[in-house]
Design a protein around this ligand. Structure first.
Ligand code: AMP
Length: 238
């Protein structure tokens, strides 16, 4: 096969450059998975697939899935695997996923991981998922989550403790009133942490056992964390 043909395959290494393939970002709510996914999109030119964003899109459009997901998400619980898997399957059909993609918030349960591994195994030209977990301590996360506000127009994310807008409650870029996600309260945060630990720890153990798992320190500047993730992925793809 010519090198240009092989470079189209998901997750192959061509011309000494790692084509990233499917990458799973793991970490508790608020560790910065979304922020890091956006950094990696810029570095690698592959899409971010955030199941949280896809579900919120369904909620705001009022689709059948959105109607079911809304209440569940409002309680900080997990949407049933079958619904989330189906939504991801549809997203993975899109051509922009050919060289890889950054999974943000999926798989979050062992059955979701099993489903994804099974699906990728049916595509012989696709490398398997590698998982990178971003680590941040609990109290730091609580401040990040309860202080998080975002602009409904340009999606810029602020934090009232760590990165406040110049004018209280107003987006610096758009001048729009900032909003808080309904599930970013302390009570819902605790439930999301509980769900994360109960359901996602087995996912970590799953990828660790397969030798496809790495951890990076998430308590440092955004660009250093991104560099740490890139290095971890290159190591895992060797
Ligand atoms: P996130 O934006 O990733 O924090 O997700 C927000 C909410 O969406 C979660 O608290 C869950 O209710 C739901 N959700 C997102 N991804 C998944 C998933 N992979 N499985 C089940 N529920 C999910």
């Amino acid at each position: 096969m010519s090198s240009s043909a092989s470079s189209m395959e998901t997750g192959r290494v061509t011309e000494n450059k790692t084509v990233p393939g499917p990458i799973l970002l793991l970490g508790a709510p608020g560790v910065g998975k979304g922020t890091q996914a956006k950094e990696l999109v810029k570095i690698w030119g592959i899409p971010q697939i955030s199941t949280g964003d896809l579900l919120r899109g369904n909620v705001s459009k009022g689709t059948e899935l959105g109607k079911v997901a809304k209440e569940i998400m409002g309680r900080g619980e997990l949407v049933p695997d079958s619904l989330v898997n189906e939504m991801v399957a549809a997203r993975l059909q899109e051509p922009d996923t050919a060289k890889g993609y950054i999974l943000d918030g999926f798989p979050r349960t062992l059955p979701q991981a099993g489903w994804l591994d099974g699906r990728l195994a049916q595509q012989p030209k696709t490398l398997p998922v590698v998982a990178v977990s971003i680590q941040v301590d609990y109290n730091q996360l609580l401040r990040r989550i309860t202080g998080r506000r975002n602009c409904p127009v340009c999606q810029t994310i602020y934090n009232i403790y760590g990165k406040p807008p110049q004018k209280d409650g107003i987006c610096d870029v758009e001048g729009a009133a900032l909003v808080q996600r309904a599930d970013d309260t302390e009570k819902v945060f605790e439930e999301r942490m509980r769900a994360y630990e109960a359901m996602t720890t087995p996912v970590v153990e799953h990828y660790r056992a397969l030798g496809r798992f790495a951890e990076v320190d998430g308590d440092r500047p955004i660009s250093s964390i991104a560099a740490g993730i890139v290095a971890a992925v290159e190591q895992l793809r060797k």
